[in-house]
Structure formats: structure tokens, C-alpha cells
Design a protein around this ligand. Structure first.
Ligand SMILES: Cc1cc2nc3c(=O)[nH]c(=O)nc-3n(C[C@H](O)[C@H](O)[C@H](O)COP(=O)(O)OP(=O)(O)OC[C@H]3O[C@@H](n4cnc5c(N)ncnc54)[C@H](O)[C@@H]3O)c2cc1C
Length: 448
């Protein structure tokens, strides 16, 4: 396991300066920015990707590494099915071990309510002919042996996969560079240059890049960047804690989650663990501005979030974060090169307690690393993937709502075609930007 989590103390792999001109400029070096860059480069389009900190240092290395079709929103499912194909191809093409393995994903049910939710997904799964199955209590105990308690049942998808995020996304970035993508780290995009309603360039901290096409794939920072240009998206970010154990005997090769614990076998023989339950939302100006849009999510899962009155300084929705800046002065993006929230102690205690309660035969859990990430959430728990009508030449792919790693290469391919004006092959209506302003009711996707 490399030094983890990534931080701005890590050496810069991709120094500047950025080029003066590029067909497309991508803002953000997470899974979405990197895979979009790759697909564009395959079409011989010149691509510059600017990353304010380090490639994959935010959500895209901090996630659990689940590549799941199971439990997806019906409109995401065709894209994640495509993504699964890309993952296999990219793993071969990049020539590095990214820990990609088909070991399945399982959700464990403690209640009839959870089982009813699984039943609903089975209809979607059947329509797309994926191999998701429901298990009864006995079959569940047979799938994950040695659990100290029984579950009412489970939903499992054997064809779902896992990969090591902190290995995969940097490896894909290296592949993108070999295909001709110019990546520049430590290079925040400060503002767009807009001429007569069209993108004509990007002002970065390292100078101007002339371009007619920009993709914003800025994760938790996207809303702040857009607001500077008068575009509002109701995106908030929530803190989510995870940890990695030392190597231990294999109790299950895949990934599974119950109400109190989520676990996934890692390539190095340890487990990546996360507490079940709620996320932490730091209240800031955006949280209040967009509160009504989140009412449905709140009512559906009243205990899904805990709250703190303010985010630490420098976070996207902190009270002190500037909402306006000019291209020639420091922007909030370079003030916080890598959003590196501390793991919550209560979350770590819950991980240790609940994993060892479920598998007492393993003895006390020995954690070798812990971290947190800020998940970029949308009120309906599905992303925004669209062109911005008000600013011609600007495309947005953000708000992956806690499940953007697995679907990442699928979104990357889709966005690369959206930018080129090609046929997409999937219906993106669900992911349109205007859904939050055209009077549409919020239609909730599966929970974070
Ligand atoms: C704890 C945790 C567990 C998760 N588990 C899973 C999982 O198992 N499976 C799954 O599918 N998903 C999971 N996710 C979600 C997944 O990690 C994200 O949806 C995905 O990584 C988002 O990718 P992204 O490229 O959109 O954003 P990010 O990875 O956050 O990347 C955005 C990048 O943009 C950069 N940036 C922002 N603004 C600027 C600017 N102005 N200039 C330059 N650069 C900028 C940032 O520095 C950042 O590196 C999890 C997330 C977390 C936090």
C-alpha cells in the first residue's frame, strides 16, 4: 500500500507549465477527469488536465474500491455495465496491477424494509439481465462464512468487482499521459475566460490556456467553481471515514455491507473497512441555500446525516471560503491543495467494534491506516452530467454522490462523446443540470 492518504507533501509527478493552447481543458484529476482525458486522447484530441493538488488525492483514492452494478439507480445501470467492460480493458491496457478482481458485492439485510428495497432493485436487475440474486438467511450464512450473527437475507452480484483506487487512478493517469494527455499538478483552474457567452480559455494559477472546451470534473469543489460564473448546483459534501487493516485471514474475497459495517478484501491481504450509518455534514452557506432541495433525502433517511455547525477553514462550503475572486489572485482551490479530512474517531471505534463482533474468530482489528473523504452529494443522489446551456463550451460531470469510482470509466467515455457532440448511447436526461431549476420534483436515487 503506497503512502496513504495522498497529500500535498507527495512529490509532484506532473509539473507544469501548462500549454498555451489545448482543444479541451479538464479541471480535476480524479477518476472522472482522468478517464475522460483518456477517451478524448484516443480520438487524437489535445487534452490538458489541470489538478490543483495531486492526481487522485481526493475522493478517487479514498474510496472503498467497490465497482458495483448492484443497487444502482436504473438510469446509471447501463453506464456502469459499460464501465465494467472499460475497467477490464483499461486494466490490461495500462500494464500495471490495479487490483481489479471479480469477487462480487453483497448487501446484508437485518430488516424486512431492507429486503423490500432489494426486491425493488431485482426488477431493475432483471430488465438489464445482470446476475444479481436474493439470498435467504441460510444462503447468506453460506456465502460469508463465520459471521457471528445471522441476517434476514442478502442481495449479491457475483459479477461485481473491486480495484485498489490508490493504485488504479494513478495508473490510468500514467496511461493517459502515454496517450498524449498533458497533466499538470499543483495547478488550480481559477476561472473560465468567457467571450460572448462562449468559453475562450481557462485562467490557471500558472497562466492562461486558450481553449473552446472545458470539462469541470472538480468533485466537491465543482459547485464553488460554477457559482463564481453564476451557475448554481445544489451540491454539498459529506465526510465519510474509512480504514485499512493489516493483512488478516480471508473471511470473504469480495465486498459486503450491513447496517453497521462495510468491508472489502484488499489486494495486500487486509480489509478496507467503513462504519455503517451516517455521514457528517458541515453546515455552511450552501447547506442553508440548498436545504429545501435535500428535504426528500432527509425524510427518506432522517438519521443519514449528522451535522456540525461549520466546516474547517478552507473547505468548499466553509463560512470563510471566498465566493468571489479574480483570475489574477489566489483562489480557494490553491488554498486547499488536497482536501484531507481527518477520520472521525467515533467512526474508527465503530469499525473496530463491529468488525470484530461480526468476526470474533479474527481477534482484535489492527488498523494500519485511516482516512476520510468528502463525498460530493446531490439532492437526488445521482450525478450531473451535462453541457451548461448558459456557457457554451462548458461541460460538467460531478456530484457522483458516493459511487463515482465504479462508474467512472463509463462516465469518462460518455463525457468524452458529449464534449465532441457525438451520439452518447445512453439517455442522460436523468443527469441534466436543469432538473434543479425547471420545476421537476426531486426523484431520489438509492441512498449514499
Ligand atoms: C470514503 C469514500 C468511499 C467511497 N466508496 C466508493 C466505492 O466503493 N465505489 C464507488 O464507486 N465510489 C465510491 N466513492 C465515491 C467515489 O470515490 C467518487 O464518486 C469519485 O472518486 C469521484 O471522482 P471525481 O473525479 O468526480 O472527483 P474527485 O476524485 O474528488 O476529483 C476531483 C479533483 O478535482 C480537483 N479540483 C477541484 N477543483 C479544481 C480546480 N479549480 N482546479 C484544479 N483542480 C481542481 C480536486 O483537487 C480533485 O483531485 C467513495 C467516496 C468516499 C469518500
Amino acid at each position: 500500500m503506497p503512502n496513504f492518504p495522498f497529500s500535498e507533501a507527495d512529490p509532484i509527478q506532473y509539473p507544469g507549465p501548462p500549454p498555451k493552447k489545448s482543444d479541451v481543458v479538464i479541471v480535476g484529476g480524479g477518476i472522472i477527469g482522468v478517464t475522460t482525458a483518456l477517451f478524448l486522447a484516443r480520438r487524437n484530441i489535445s487534452v490538458t488536465l489541470v489538478e490543483k493538488g495531486r492526481v487522485a488525492a481526493e475522493q478517487s483514492s479514498r474510496n472503498w474500491g467497490w465497482i458495483r452494478k448492484q443497487g444502482r439507480d436504473a438510469d446509471e445501470l447501463p453506464i456502469v455495465i459499460e464501465a465494467s467492460r472499460h475497467w477490464r480493458q483499461l486494466a490490461e491496457e495500462c500494464g500495471e496491477d490495479i487490483g481489479l478482481k471479480q469477487t462480487g458485492v453483497t448487501y446484508l439485510a437485518s430488516s424486512d424494509r431492507e429486503l423490500a428495497g432489494f426486491e425493488r432493485f431485482m426488477k431493475i436487475a432483471a430488465a438489464h439481465k445482470i446476475d444479481t440474486r436474493l439470498l435467504n438467511a441460510q444462503e447468506t450464512a453460506g456465502l460469508i462464512k463465520g459471521m457471528s450473527r445471522s441476517f434476514k437475507g442478502a442481495m449479491t452480484t457475483p459479477s461485481d468487482m473491486r480495484a485498489e483506487p490508490w493504485m488504479a487512478v494513478p495508473a490510468l493517469a500514467r496511461l493517459a499521459v502515454r496517450k498524449g494527455v498533458k497533466i499538470v499538478e499543483n495547478c488550480a483552474a481559477r476561472t473560465l475566460e468567457i467571450s460572448a457567452g462562449r468559453v475562450s480559455g481557462v485562467w490557471t494559477e500558472a497562466g492562461h490556456i486558450e481553449t473552446s472546451s472545458v470539462l469541470l470534473a472538480g468533485g466537491a469543489w465543482s459547485s464553488l467553481f460554477l457559482k463564481r460564473h453564476g451557475v448554481s448546483i445544489p451540491q454539498l459534501s459529506v465526510r465519510s471515514t474509512a480504514a485499512a487493516t493489516e493483512p488478516m485471514p480471508e473471511i470473504h474475497a469480495g465486498a459486503a455491507s450491513g447496517e453497521r459495517i462495510a468491508f472489502r478484501r484488499r489486494q495486500d491481504g487486509g480489509y478496507t473497512l467503513a462504519p455503517g450509518g451516517s455521514h457528517l455534514l458541515h453546515l455552511g452557506p450552501d447547506a442553508f441555500r440548498h436545504a429545501t432541495k435535500y428535504l426528500r433525502a432527509l425524510m427518506a433517511n432522517p438519521f443519514g446525516s449528522r451535522y456540525s455547525p461549520a466546516a474547517p477553514a478552507g473547505y468548499p462550503d466553509s463560512w470563510s471560503t471566498p465566493r468571489h475572486w479574480t483570475p489574477d489572485c489566489q483562489s480557494p482551490f490553491e488554498t486547499m491543495r488536497v482536501l484531507n479530512p481527518a477520520a472521525e474517531r467515533s467512526g474508527l471505534r465503530s469499525i473496530e467494534r463491529n468488525f470484530s463482533r461480526l468476526f470474533p474468530q479474527l481477534g482484535p482489528v489492527r488498523l494500519k491506516a485511516s482516512w476520510a473523504g468528502m463525498i460530493d452529494a446531490m439532492p437526488d443522489v445521482v450525478p450531473v452530467v451535462d453541457r451548461v446551456q448558459a456557457i457554451s463550451g462548458l461541460t460538467v460531470a460531478t456530484g457522483m454522490s458516493g459511487h463515482g469510482f465504479g462508474i467512472g470509466p463509463g462516465i469518462g467515455r460518455v463525457v468524452s462523446d458529449l464534449i465532441q457532440g457525438n451520439e452518447i448511447g445512453h439517455d442522460l436526461t436523468r443527469f441534466r443540470l436543469s432538473r434543479f431549476s425547471d420545476g421537476s420534483a426531486i426523484r431520489l436515487g438509492p441512498a449514499l
